[in-house]
Design a protein around this ligand. Structure first.
Ligand code: FAD
Ligand code: ZN
Length: 460
């Protein structure tokens, strides 16, 4: 029988099939510099071409791993030497913008920041925003249901996707390119694929909901002495900013001082406060918005809820504040966690976690930050050890969620890294239904095998 790679080369012309050193010269991911392994990396130029590729792979029982910008945090896009990689790097077009309805149609290989900038030129905001914006793709953000910094106002990617096109494991094209906010004609099939991490289908095109670009933006970094004060500020900004609060990023003091320590970023304010919050609002009336924003900060300074504040006076000063929150290179290597839990449980969770980490390893430090308004905390634990240490650390971080109604994954998904923990956050019945869905859409278990859930035992 002809080798699958030769067949793929016959099917996809113009250098669309990459092999050998051209694959191994690519890093496994943003987090893992080791060489990528695969039989071939295939770059379709159209949905139809991808459909033909998947039909061929299906006929040959060939496993397929789809990769976007490789910024995912749970090893969901990692391939083995036996896989064929699908990369949508030849499908990056912003196909159309409908200014009347406020929707855009984008190919899944497009890089988030490129699309944000193309839309901003036309007066539109694509509100999904995250530190990986310069590398992550629209397809990857749909497949992981990415969250990021603007979720408290605009929701996760799921809230921004009106429709999509997807290719199933056997090559079937499902075009579900709805453009309206309302469409209750039967099951909402797009929801199946949003957050499915490449295990149910390959997303090729997406209809995205747009918002008008803001006319004013206010940013501040402030320090607070207690978590209660951080939460009081969140509530007062949510109610007094008339719905314009768009980001509320909290950094525990240890995180702030670690990223601004030796060899880190320059500290925009004293690095020894207990809590730091980077806050942003976006509105339509620059003068009134600024007055209202500053008045809230002044009141909080007077009441003692906040003890220091910086208002950037230029875009470069604003960027210097955001870099402290978004560029965590200075604290790497570390184990990265992403959990969610009710705001009221956060402080006790962090205390419990710190105590358990200290009892486990006197040198272990948990650096906490997060988008707390949507219940999301991130934790870096240092120093890193071997695989066994990682497993022990996972058990501590997830174990501390017990009884708090939290989740082991707020926005990063499951991939490989959290697979063993899925049953902490989903019931047996939910996992059984997930397996049935996987079996229905990918009966040969060829799409991103081994990620999210293990295949169901064969039915008798
Ligand atoms: P990849 O990493 O390439 O793939 C991720 C998963 O999606 C894999 O399972 C892959 O198989 C699947 N996939 C990729 N493309 C497709 C497709 N077209 N169809 C079907 N499946 C596909 N995440 C957040 O949610 N919020 C954050 O704030 C955030 N901040 C980050 C900051 C940094 C600095 C970094 C490095 C990462 C951050 N992430 C964050 C994680 C990551 O950026 C997101 O998960 C992102 O959505 C992944 O997109 P990607 O294109 O890089 O996908
Ligand atoms: Zn995040």
């Amino acid at each position: 029988m002809t080798n699958i790679v030769d067949r793929l080369k016959e099917l996809v012309k113009d250098g669309g099939v990459v092999t050998g050193a051209d694959i191994s010269s690519r890093a496994t991911s943003y987090w893992d510099p080791s060489p990528t392994a695969a039989k071939a990396l295939v770059r379709p130029g159209s949905t139809q071409e991808l459909s033909d590729i998947l039909r061929l792979c299906h006929a040959h029982d060939q496993s397929v791993v789809v990769q976007g910008g490789l910024t995912g945090v749970v090893a969901g896009a990692v391939s083995s030497k036996d896989d064929v990689i699908i990369s949508l790097e030849r499908m990056q077009a912003l196909e159309s913008v409908d200014e009347m309805d406020g929707v855009a149609v984008v190919q899944a290989g497009a890089v988030l920041q490129v699309v944000q900038e193309q839309l901003a030129e036309r007066g539109f905001l694509l509100p999904l925003d995250l530190g990986a914006r310069g590398s992550c793709t629209i397809g990857g953000t749909v497949a992981t249901n990415a969250g990021g910094i603007n979720v408290l106002r605009y929701g996760m990617m799921r809230n921004l996707v009106l429709g999509l096109e997807v290719v199933l494991a056997d090559g079937t094209i499902i075009s579900s390119m709805n453009r309206m906010l309302k469409n209750n004609a039967g099951y909402d099939l797009k929801q199946l694929f949003i957050g499915s991490e490449g295990t149910l289908g390959i997303v090729t095109r997406v209809v995205i909901r747009l918002f008008p670009l803001a006319k004013s933006r206010q940013t501040a970094l402030f320090a607070a002495t207690s978590f209660d004060a951080v939460v009081r500020m969140l509530k007062s900004m949510q109610s007094d900013l008339a719905g314009t609060l768009s980001a509320y990023e909290v950094m525990w003091g240890e995180y702030f001082s670690a990223v601004t320590g030796d060899a880190g970023h320059s500290a925009p304010m004293a690095p020894d406060y207990p809590y730091y919050v980077l806050v942003e609002a976006q509105g339509a009336d620059p003068d009134a918005d600024t007055d209202r924003f500053e008045a809230i900060l002044e009141r909080a300074l007077e009441s003692g809820d906040i003890i220091d504040a910086i208002l950037p006076k230029s875009e470069s000063e604003r960027a210097a504040l955001w870099v402290v929150r978004e560029d965590f290179e200075p604290v790497l290597p570390a184990y990265l966690y992403d959990v969610s839990l009710p705001i009221r449980a956060m402080s006790s969770y962090v205390e419990r976690l710190r105590a358990k980490l200290a009892a486990w390893n006197a040198a272990a430090v948990g650096l906490v930050f997060g988008h707390i308004a949507d219940g999301n905390l991130h934790i870096f634990v240092r120093p890193c050890g071997d695989g066994a240490a990682h497993d022990e650390c996972d058990a501590i971080v997830y174990g501390c969620l017990a009884g708090l109604s939290g989740s082991i994954s707020a926005e990063h998904g499951i991939g490989i890294e959290k697979k063993a923990w899925l049953s902490e956050s989903r019931s047996g019945a939910e996992i059984a239904l997930m397996r049935s869905m996987k079996r229905l859409l990918d009966p040969k278990n060829l799409l991103n095998p081994g990620k999210v859930i293990d295949p169901a035992p064969p039915s008798r």
